[in-house]
Ligand binder design. Structure first.
Ligand code: G
Ligand code: G
Ligand code: MN
Ligand code: NA
Length: 256
């Protein structure tokens, strides 16, 4: 299986990088966090999309070393930013955890070790989980989520609204932020009636005491509309695409 072998080598040869996309406070425009997104350029200079290699990593079990690398790399980068720019203005890094990764690996001790080796505190990290993680193995995932919370992290539910939502879990689990899937945000532009879906998610989050991040914001108009609706944070090409670490670092302290 070609891609699996190549990906295994890529992890060993450090061909993977993280790109960083800002997440902004919608009320002020300030950058509060960056989502770390895996990028792979192979020896031949070909770029592979995460939507292709993450599923391969999950099927092959390579998601375990890949996921550990992502946590370590994010922590090293954030610690380096702190050293250059007084605590990097307190920005957080958000790291994605896939359902299969959470089933196969015990991630809280991995993060704890990364915190210990960098001196970072857990409150500098958000972990993004998908609904499928919770549906697959609720008891195991609940244990992991509580262990991650005990380290001081923020937990976000990624791509919210696209999975097989069981609303009972939302109340039971220590989820801090709902990330409204990009598809709903995009639909708001195409069809104003779709605003009602976003409104419903925002009021659900508010009722449960959670914050909200709208993904896929591509225009100022959308940013303004979502801010007016009470959404907490925004992410999307309007603010910036996923950036190389240096370009992302250059954005902090810029005031959005
Ligand atoms: O950047 P975008 O094409 O960058 O990402 C596509 C998908 O890949 C997203 O759903 C994103 O959550 C996922 N993804 C990107 N990086 C990682 C990673 O390090 N771990 C996991 N589990 N998923 C990732
Ligand atoms: O599933 P997750 O939210 O982790 O994936 C993030 C994905 O969304 C990445 O592939 C990233 O490149 C993409 N993305 C981020 N902002 C925008 C945007 O404004 N528009 C579109 N079309 N994609 C975006
Ligand atoms: Mn995400
Ligand atoms: Na998402």
């Amino acid at each position: 299986f070609g891609m699996e072998t190549a990906l295994r080598r890529a992890i060993e040869n450090r061909e993977l990088r993280l790109a960083y996309q800002p997440i902004c406070d919608l009320a002020t425009g300030r950058i509060v966090a960056f989502e770390a997104l895996a990028r792979w350029t192979d020896e031949q200079g070909r770029r592979h999309c995460p939507t292709e290699f993450i599923p391969v990593a999950e099927e092959s079990g390579l998601i375990v070393p890949l996921g550990r690398w992502a946590i370590d790399e994010a922590a090293r980068t954030l610690a380096a930013w702190d050293a250059r720019h007084g605590a990097a203005c307190g920005v957080k890094f958000a790291v994605n955890l896939s359902a299969i990764q959470l089933q196969r690996d015990d991630i809280a001790p991995v993060l704890e070790a990364a915190l210990a080796s960098t001196g970072l505190t857990g409150d500098r990290f958000t972990l993004e989980l998908t609904e499928s993680a919770i549906v697959t193995d609720p008891d195991r995932i609940a244990g992991t989520m509580h262990a991650l919370k005990a380290l001081g992290t923020t937990l976000a539910m990624d791509d919210f609204g696209t999975g097989y939502s069981n609303l009972a879990y939302l109340q039971k689990l220590p989820i801090d932020v709902l990330k409204i899937d990009r598809s709903f945000v995009t639909e708001m532009l195409a069809d104003r009636d779709k605003v009602s879906i976003v409104r419903a998610i925002l009021s659900l989050a508010q009722a449960l005491g959670m914050k909200t991040t709208a993904e896929g914001i591509e225009t100022n108009e959308l940013a303004q509309t979502l801010a007016a609706l009470g959404c907490t944070f925004g992410q999307g090409y309007f603010y910036a695409k996923p950036l190389e670490a240096e370009a992302a670092y250059a954005m902090i302290g810029a005031g959005g």
